[in-house]
Every structure is written in C-alpha cells, then in structure tokens.
Design a protein around this ligand. Structure first.
Ligand code: KIV
Length: 262
C-alpha cells in the first residue's frame, strides 16, 4: 500500500506524482495495476456517476460507498476521500461523522475545499490522526459564488489570497493541496512558499503531481473539453462501436454462436 511517507519521499526526490479520480471497484482494479500513486474518490462522482450538474447534491454516505468500492479494488494505492458539500460546515460532531465514514470505508486521507471557516475543523481532523488534503483555486463546491466553473487567481489580490490560503493550510497541518484552474505563474510562485505536496489540475507544471478525472482522460465524453484536459483514449467511440457491434450481432442472430452456448 502506498503511504504518505512514500509520497513525500517521491516529492523530495523530484519524482512527479500521478493521481486519478475513481469511484468504482472495476476501474480501481485496473488503476491498482498501474503506475498511478494516488486515487481521489472525488465528489465529482456526483456529476460523473450520478448525472448531476454540479458536485453539490452528493452526501457523505454515498461518498463512503464509492470509497469502499475503490479501496477494495485498489488496495495498493493511496486513497483520498472527498468531503462533500456542507458536510464539513455543520457541527464538529457531524463533520467528524463524515470523516469517520470515509476513513472507515478505506480512505487514508480526506480532502476538503477552501480555508476560511474551516480552520478549527482542519486542525481537529489532523489532530485526530487523519491526513488532510486542501483544495484551492476553482473549488467546485463554491460554483454558485463563482458564477460558473471559471479560472481563479487572475488578479493580484486573488493571487495573494490563494498564496496566503496555502500558507494557512500548511500551518494547520495539511499534508497536501489540490490547485485547480489557476494560472501557471501563480502556481510557480505558490510552490516556492509551501512544503505541502502540491497536486494540480489546470494549474500548470510547477506542482508535485497532476490529477485528472478518470472518465475525462479516458474520453468518455467529447462534450467536455477544458484547455487542461489531455485525452488518452476515445472511450466514447470505442464503447459506441462495441455496443453497436453487439446489437448488430444480437439482431442478426449471430450472438451467441455454437461455442458460446451450453
Ligand atoms: O472531485 C474531484 O474530482 C476533484 C478533482 C477535480 C480535484 O476535486
């Protein structure tokens, strides 16, 4: 099993870290055989697995089910469970129930978005023995405040704020931070001031590692095309071809053939 010490050893050796999102057992089994070190069971599951238009509707019990499936499929990887919208903005007791659910489902760390108002909770989680990954820049749980999924940190003020937030996360004991959709120049400046493991998505190349949503990098949908996305497969077309070939065989009476019958 990959552990937090190995991740820091890789960072200090200048070896880049690869992280993918995953929400299900079958995909996790394949990731487990790969060179990817970290698996994020992201609240993007709300959109990717459940067809929602934002990450807001998913709750921590559903997230825990996804974490459990991924932990069974990828026992060798470092698994991070995402704390969903508002699950860490209620009472400390309720927040810790969410952390407990994700950790007992098999996560080795939890991730949460933003800093302001989360300070005492982050400290409490860290002091409870749970590694915490922060998330700055485009934090999708704040999509309604941002007025859409937009690049963050464009003004000097916003850049100073994000650098300050990263410093606060580090002071609170976070081991890592995801930087989402911020200019490369800001990332370059930020990484100079932190010893956390920095993981980027649309944040340039200066980070310690990258994360992509698995379905995006596999090309499940040609409709989603942000600038930062590199597609490694055209799964949409591969699936379509396979589904149509299967339907054609069934309709023509070519499936099953003699060798496929008992
Ligand atoms: O939920 C998610 O998939 C994420 C990544 C995009 C970083 O938070």
């Amino acid at each position: 099993m990959t552990n937090i010490n190995q991740l820091f050893a890789q960072k200090h050796a200048g070896e880049k870290l690869a992280m993918l999102t995953c929400y299900d057992y079958s995909s996790a089994q394949i990731i487990n055989q790969s060179a990817v070190e970290m698996v994020l069971v992201g609240d993007s599951a709300a959109m990717v697995m459940h067809g929602e238009t934002s990450t807001l509707p998913i709750d921590y019990c559903t997230m825990a089910q996804h974490v459990k499936a991924v932990a069974k499929g990828a026992p060798d990887k470092f698994i991070i469970g995402d704390l969903p919208f508002l699950s860490y903005r209620k009472s400390l007791h309720e927040n810790m129930n969410a952390v407990e659910a994700l950790m007992k489902a098999g996560a080795q760390a939890v991730k949460l978005e933003g800093v302001s108002g989360n300070e005492s909770l982050i400290k409490h989680i860290v002091e409870s023995g749970v590694p915490v990954m922060g998330h700055l820049g485009l934090t999708p749980q704040s999509v309604n405040q941002f007025g859409g999924f937009k690049v963050q940190g464009k003004t000097a003020n916003a850049q100073q704020r994000i650098i300050k937030e990263a410093k606060t996360l580090e002071d609170l004991g976070c081991f890592s931070v995801v930087l989402e959709c911020i200019p490369d120049a800001l990332t370059q400046e930020l990484v100079k001031h932190t010893s956390m493991i920095t993981i980027g998505i649309g944040a340039g190349a200066a980070v310690d590692g990258q994360v992509l949503v698995m379905q995006d990098m596999l090309g499940y949908s040609s409709a989603f095309s942000p600038k930062f996305l590199r597609r490694y497969l055209n799964t949409e077309q591969l699936f379509l071809d396979a589904f149509n070939a299967y339907a054609k065989d069934v309709k023509a009476g070519h499936f099953p053939d003699q060798s496929e019958q008992y």
